[in-house]
Write a protein that binds this ligand. Structure first.
Ligand code: HEC
Length: 200
């Protein structure tokens, strides 16, 4: 009996593992995206900065934007140079905490103030250009996050990405880590050559 149970447990474990490996890093239920968690453990690709003080006191997406990609899609990107069905990119907004440090004058990160996401999914966005959907969890006062979000209409977000982003609606021109890893088939480890070309 005991052997049977152990064998059954082993078979169940084997049956479950492929499901976990296949899972996307987000969940959309009845049209609403659950706020993703764990993204600070993903792959960090860059930090564009649109400080309020250079944008009439109110940048559209305030201040620093730390951008992450889910690990499974990063792997696929390195292999193929494409964003896979199920890619999610997160942009976590961070205030300018100070403008001077012992290193000099600049923009230094302060507190977390918002969270945006974009997902490529033919299943969920069959009619969106590039199959990308865009979400925001930031409250208007940037003090809290909402637990779920609904996708924006195409003209609110997608059309701007369509007009100006370098690679499949994603602003890879501002993410040297993505450029460095694109379709190389290798880990984008950094520091392995004397070249300072993106990520080499
Ligand atoms: C005025 C043009 C513009 C509009 C409108 C816009 N974006 Fe973006 N978005 C950008 C630019 C430029 C970047 C990269 C640089 C940056 O973060 O400032 C970016 C980056 C992003 C990223 C990081 C991944 C990527 O695609 O590069 C996410 C997520 C994102 N935007 C979400 C949104 C959401 C959600 C909306 C709609 C509420 C939206 N964007 C509307 C210009 C825009």
């Amino acid at each position: 009996m005991r052997t049977v149970l152990v064998a059954l447990a082993a078979i169940t474990a084997i049956a479950i593992i492929p499901d976990v490996a296949q899972a996307d890093a987000y969940e959309i239920k009845e049209g609403k995206l659950e706020r993703p968690t764990g993204y600070r453990e993903w792959v960090y690709v860059g930090t564009p900065v649109t400080p309020n003080d250079m944008n009439d006191g109110k940048a559209a997406f305030p201040e620093h934007h730390n951008v992450y990609i889910d690990p499974k899609s990063w792997k696929h990107w390195k292999k193929t140079g494409e964003f896979r069905e199920g890619t999610i990119l997160i942009k976590e907004l961070v205030s300018v905490g100070s403008k001077a440090a012992v290193s000099g004058n600049g923009y230094f990160q302060g507190e977390f103030i918002g969270l945006e996401a974009t997902i490529k999914s033919k299943k969920h966005f069959p009619d969106e250009p590039g199959n990308w959907g865009y979400y925001s969890f930031s409250t208007p006062d940037h003090k809290k996050l909402t637990p779920t979000a609904t996708a924006f209409p195409t003209e609110s977000c997608n059309s701007c990405h369509a007009a100006a982003a370098a690679d499949d609606f994603v602003f890879t021109q501002y993410y040297p880590v993505l450029r460095g890893g694109k379709a190389t088939g290798k880990d984008a480890v950094g520091g392995t050559s004397d070249s300072l070309t993106a990520g080499k």
